[in-house]
Design a protein around this ligand. Structure first.
Ligand SMILES: Cc1ncc(COP(=O)(O)O)c(C=O)c1O
Length: 426
């Protein structure tokens, strides 16, 4: 079937009248290449179908949550069983206790768990907990890191007043001197240092965490008695079966998880050590849907898969095939790629492509041939992906490289990136 976008286009036109910007947030295709579908009808396993019925191998995985494959049977049956009993009730089901026990048994530093809905809930709760810990104000955050869309961390400054950021101090990721300087600047008022597992900012090459830096941040937090918070919302369970800094032997005081933990069901978690127990018990945070039983049942089923299957090794295997295949293909067609970050969460950019024209057109061509990639945000592997999926993917990307090669001199720069710069500056 040849690609068509008529129904999506019609919906986008209608949406412009009734949704902010026609669609808002990170799943808006405003910054994606031309013709990328905004609306979808279904997802299964590794596949996604848009409202026009076009099928894609999906390397965005709902921007992370699809860890085990969309509609993974073990998770679906847990959802079905709990749904038949009850979901949002006057109190949580027994599953909340089992889920907390499971997290505590799987994540080294964790002595307790608090469940909420989104990653941004978890990071904000972690921040408040850290301030409650010693009654201090300053929060140290890596420049350019995304921790959610609350006033203290949203990337757009529209509607945000300086007071919202008055106690946030920025430093450079992977730079011990920079974080130490930021702590000195804060005097004796540092509540917490935030760290993402690796540098996964958009529109820029990713960077693995430097183990010396991770150990340095841990030592600094110990020295000044501030809490180390790992924001594992995006990378959680894609690098390790516990907290992502297990990979460098560093334990935080608090970790924030979200996205993957219910394999697509809405649930996030703050996981903390005994050191932070008194602080978390002193604050008041809650939400109407935080105690719903179905996402907890889904999370329990997902954690069992994390613990008992080779899902992680499978993602590494597939991610490595994807990366190696693309490098070989790029060389065949006379291009060079910068592939950064762990293979399970790859970002693919073209060398000598400062205005992203090749990256955007390459993703657009791959999309038209049934593979959904991103030119500016890290992508995600999931455990349902197979060697056959990678082979099909490389067929599509081969056509995309072929198109680029044939049209190299006429591909236009991306006007959309100007819009982004204006939005960020506002
Ligand atoms: C590292 C990180 N922290 C926090 C968040 C916020 O999570 P959510 O969008 O679920 O609120 C995200 C979302 O992408 C994230 O990547």
């Amino acid at each position: 079937m040849s690609w068509s976008g008529a129904r999506n286009k019609e919906l986008m036109e209608r949406a412009r009248a009734v949704l902010p910007n026609g669609m808002y947030g990170h799943e808006s295709v405003m910054m994606m290449p031309e013709d990328f579908p905004q609306f979808f009808q279904k997802a299964q396993g590794t596949r996604l179908w848009d409202v026009d019925g076009n099928e894609y191998i999906d390397y965005m995985c709902a921007y992370g949550p699809n860890l085990m494959g969309y509609g993974r049977p073990e998770v679906q049956s847990a959802i079905g069983a709990q749904l038949a009993m009850g979901d949002t009730m006057t109190g949580p089901g027994a599953g909340i206790v089992e889920l907390a026990e499971t997290f505590v048994s799987m994540v080294k530093h964790a002595d307790w768990a608090l469940f909420c809905k989104n990653g941004g809930d978890a990071t904000s709760i972690a921040m408040v907990t850290a301030r409650a810990y010693k009654g201090r104000k300053k929060i140290l955050v890596a420049r350019g890191a995304y921790h959610g869309s609350a006033p203290w961390n949203t990337p757009s400054m529209s509607g945000i007043v300086p007071d919202d950021r008055a106690h946030i101090i920025y430093f450079d990721y992977n730079d011990v001197d920079s974080v130490t300087k930021a702590a000195k600047f804060a005097g004796d008022d540092v509540a917490a240092i935030f760290a993402t597992p690796f540098k996964h900012d958009t529109f820029t090459d990713q960077a693995d965490v430097n183990a010396e830096y991770a150990r340095g941040v841990r030592a600094l937090c110990d020295e000044i008695d501030a809490l180390l918070i790992i924001d594992d919302v995006r990378a959680g369970f894609r690098l390790a079966r516990g907290c992502s800094w297990d990979t460098v032997g560093v334990e935080p005081d608090i970790a924030c998880f979200g996205k993957v933990i219910g394999n697509g069901q809405p649930i996030s978690a703050v996981l903390g050590s005994d050191k932070a127990r008194k602080a978390i018990e002193s604050i008041f945070v809650t939400g109407s849907f935080w105690f719903s039983a179905v996402p907890m049942a889904a999370a329990l089923a997902t954690l069992k898969l994390v613990r008992d299957t080779d899902y992680l090794e499978q993602m590494v295997k597939i991610g490595t095939m994807f990366r190696t295949g693309l490098d070989a293909q790029a060389a065949d067609f006379g291009f060079a790629l910068r592939q950064t970050g762990p293979v399970q969460m790859p970002l693919v950019m073209f060398h000598d492509d400062p205005d992203f024209r090749f990256g955007y057109e390459w993703c657009r061509q791959a999309m038209l041939h049934g593979v959904y990639l991103s030119p500016y945000h890290n992508m995600f592997m999931n455990a349902a992906m197979t060697e056959a999926d990678v082979a099909l993917t490389l067929e599509a990307t081969g056509k995309a490289f072929d198109y680029l090669k044939a049209n190299r001199s006429t591909i236009e720069p991306q006007a959309k990136l100007g819009v982004l710069k204006r939005l960020m500056a506002s």
